[in-house]
Ligand binder design. Sequence first.
Ligand code: RFL
Ligand code: PHB
Length: 391
Amino acid sequence: MKELRTQVAIVGAGPAGMLLGQLLDRDGIDCIVLERRSRDYVEKRVRAGVIEYGIANLLEWAGAGERMRSVGLVHHGVEIRFERRGYRIPLSELADGKPITVYGQQEVVKDLVALRLESGAPLLFDCEVTELSGLESETPSVLAMSSDGPIRVTCDYVAGCDGSFGVANRAMPASTKRYERNFPFSWLGILAEAKPVSEELIYARHENGFALYSLRSPTVSRLYLGVGTTETLEEWSDDRIWHELNTRLATEERPTVNEGPILERGITAMRSVVLDPMRHGSLFLAGDAAHIVPPTGAKGMNLALADVRELASAFVASFRHRDQSLLDTYSERCLERVWRAEEFSNYMTQMLHPAQDGFENGVQSARLRQAVTSREASSVLARNYVDLNSL
Ligand code: RFL
Ligand code: PHB
């Protein structure tokens, strides 16, 4: 067994694990990132695309903002469509001038991986963590299986940044509260080589279901359809996907979508999860390992990056100044923000997906009409959409 020693063992090289590694590295704290997938896999995994204002600043401050600032798309509004009409929400005008940045999650990860490899800091791909032990002692350890055989990393702290089905999540004791909601629909997402039809994102509520138009570059569109929880990709031919997108996104006066070859597709269940607390002894959870939000509010990656902003400063206070107070309050401070994101994601999800129940449908339609016609309601939406994690 290969034995390694570090200050912080980071499980998972998603956005949370990679940014935490970068922030600790810059503060001279030793850490090792262990990732079960290959570098190629994590750099190509298509997921989130919307980066909040304060989180874009955080990435820049961490030294990972160069490519995001040069090729990321800066948006000042979003459109909401229903009953064949489009309503623009002027995000920046309603949120103190702040924009959002549309930049793929895998690009954020790619930028952080490049920085870490350049600095020579340890980042082990194809290295699956199988067990966390001694979490209630001062010398916890992480057992992993790499392509060269087993590894044990002994450390002061473990950061569980390994997503919702990871080993860190499973290492939490039975006393951890787990709050959960499963929504009665999933999202079918595609990435298509198709020229974007609008410069801004479009969320649509249609009687057939939800649709979202997003984009990644001047030649690549990212589109989503709300589908039933038991539906599979086999039931969705390319023609059927484009037909539904065109139907659900149609308005009386605007073009709907440009079609093109589908480069990637997948179906994701919509759910909410919150673990409380986010700490057990020397294990600290961050990102999807601690909480899941449905993607309608575009909050998952932003929450993950905001968690590690807190966690990095808490580790720095502990190692540099022997001050444990930020680690002791980490969970409490994060959970306040996490519940705000759960509330917003729940609000967006319920309002934009048609409900089976007629009464619920009426209530949610009224809420949507208010969101696009009342300046007070659209201001709350805009502020949460643009910068919830830094408010
Ligand atoms: P990740 O990205 O899941 O990374 C976890 C990493 O841990 C690795 N891992 C392990 N490594 C070693 N040993 C083990 N035993 C391991 N087990 C797992 C995994 O391979 C992986 O590399 O979690 P992280 O860093 O917390 O990041 C969270 C975000 O990925 C997630 O919240 C977002 O993608 C959610 N999300 C969105 N978030 C936004 O902020 N804005 C959006 O616009 C947005 N859109 C979305 C989304 C998620 C979606 N899907 C597919 C769930 C759209 C979709 C469709
Ligand atoms: C995306 O661009 O992938 C995206 C945008 C907004 C969301 C979810 C996903 O709410």
